[in-house]
Design a protein around this ligand. Structure first.
Ligand SMILES: NC(=O)c1ccc[n+]([C@@H]2O[C@H](COP(=O)([O-])OP(=O)(O)OC[C@H]3O[C@@H](n4cnc5c(N)ncnc54)[C@H](O)[C@@H]3O)[C@@H](O)[C@H]2O)c1
Ligand SMILES: [Fe+2]
Length: 377
């Protein structure tokens, strides 16, 4: 059954809701729609469902499908050229976090000529982004990043080779369409890794510094959904109840991390920028060590997560997370994903430059981040 929420943006949730993409686009006044996606999503037949829904209501549609996982600046520039050549007045991102972020970044590039390095949120880049951008509809096909309800997007900038966050309230999609059917074809490993990203968002937000009771409550709710449903979604990709619950958990993670993230995301970002590691997988590998490191400062804040994982004491949470990761079939360390040990000190320097750890409940030095990589090896 279809549900509509207006929090934190307009969200349509339900099996078959992808069909309403055309109606939503028309309501936004669109005539020419650029669908931003990737080849895997096209191959799974998902982009076609959305272009059909758009053309059926009389809209003119073009598809840009050259977004790579962990999108690069070159991907966005190519997408922006396609946007300009086609003369689009609406962007529809269809896919995981990579195409959704790309659609948001193309809307920024269409309005701002500055290089993305200058738009880096950690350097105050948000001040260059105007209040009104070409509208974006986000249609997720993974359940992890929550980019569909977020005001940020991540790309790897060429000059710095760094995963860079671009942020503006104007980047919030006008509509998010969450159709669990679109995640049915997601492979087991991607389901597990993206689900771990949602879990990491909730856990990091829950303990991030700052007073944000709304984010805390949503984070705890998201953790409970992941514990109940991620294994089911991995074991049986056709379990639509589990698929839908994971889409909700991903949405809740992104709402919660408005409060902030933590050291795990700072450790994850260089792994993706340097080695192309999937973002959720990078988090999964590092999260238990980060939670163990933070326990002395955030034991109370981790209580809800510990209880959700059935721990008798909060100290057991890192081990519970490692067991959960193993049950999902995910690799258990950096060595298992081919990261060379000799690179860890250099990666720690890059992780330190990433802004996410500024929200971590226990401050991190470069040496701490190097130890966390070692503990995650
Ligand atoms: N904006 C944010 O707030 C935010 C938050 C977290 C992560 N991210 C970013 O999101 C990106 C990761 O996104 P992701 O984890 O969703 O992965 P992704 O978008 O990179 O997709 C991973 C792979 O899965 C395939 N795929 C996606 N949906 C599928 C489906 N239903 N069936 C078959 N194949 C499918 C894609 O083709 C791709 O090959 C990273 O760049 C990360 O930094 C952004
Ligand atoms: Fe993430």
């Amino acid at each position: 059954m279809a549900t509509i929420w207006n929090y934190p943006t307009r969200v349509r949730f339900g099996i078959g809701e992808a069909q309403n993409t055309g109606n939503e686009a028309k309501t936004l006044g669109a005539n020419r729609v650029l669908v931003v996606t990737d080849r895997g999503v096209v191959a799974a037949g998902l982009a076609q469902r959305i272009t059909d829904a758009l053309t059926q209501v009389g809209l003119t549609v073009d598809v840009f499908d050259e977004i790579e996982p962990n999108p690069t600046e070159a991907n966005i520039e190519a997408g922006a050229r396609a946007f300009n050549e086609f003369g689009a007045d609406l962007l529809v991102g269809v896919g995981g976090g990579s195409p959704l972020d790309a659609a948001k970044l193309i809307s920024v590039r269409a309005a701002v000529a500055l290089p993305f390095e200058a738009l880096d949120d950690s350097k105050g880049g948000d001040r260059f982004i105007p209040q009104t951008l070409t509208p974006v509809i986000a249609v997720p096909t993974t359940a992890g990043t929550g980019s569909e309800v977020g005001r940020a997007a991540v790309l790897t900038v060429e000059s710095t080779r760094r995963k860079t966050v671009v942020f503006s309230p104007a980047m919030m999609p006008k509509v998010a369409i969450l159709d669990p059917e679109l995640t049915r074809s997601m492979p087991q490993m991607t389901t597990a890794a993206t689900g771990f990203d949602a879990l990491t968002h909730c856990i990091e937000a829950r303990v991030a510094t700052g007073d944000h009771p709304m984010a805390d409550a949503i984070a705890d709710g998201g953790i409970e959904l992941v514990v109940r449903y991620l294994q089911r979604a991995v074991s049986d990709g056709s379990d639509m109840e589990a698929r839908g619950a994971m889409m909700k958990a991903a949405l809740m993670g992104a709402v919660a991390f408005q409060k902030g993230l933590g050291a795990c995301h700072s450790l994850a970002h260089p792994l993706s920028a340097e080695f192309g590691t999937h973002h959720g997988l990078a988090n999964a590998v590092c999260l238990p060590a980060v939670v163990a490191f933070n326990l002395e400062r955030a034991a109370d804040e981790y209580t809800g997560a510990a209880a959700a994982f059935g721990a008798r004491h909060v100290d057991e949470l890192p081990a519970k997370l490692a067991t959960f990761r193993a049950q999902l079939g995910l690799p258990d360390g950096l060595s298992a994903i081919g990261i060379p040990r000799a690179d860890l000190p250099r990666l720690a320097g890059l992780a330190f430059e990433d802004a996410c750890h500024h929200g971590n409940p226990r401050p991190c030095s470069v040496a701490d981040l190097a130890t966390l990589y070692e503990d995650s090896f």
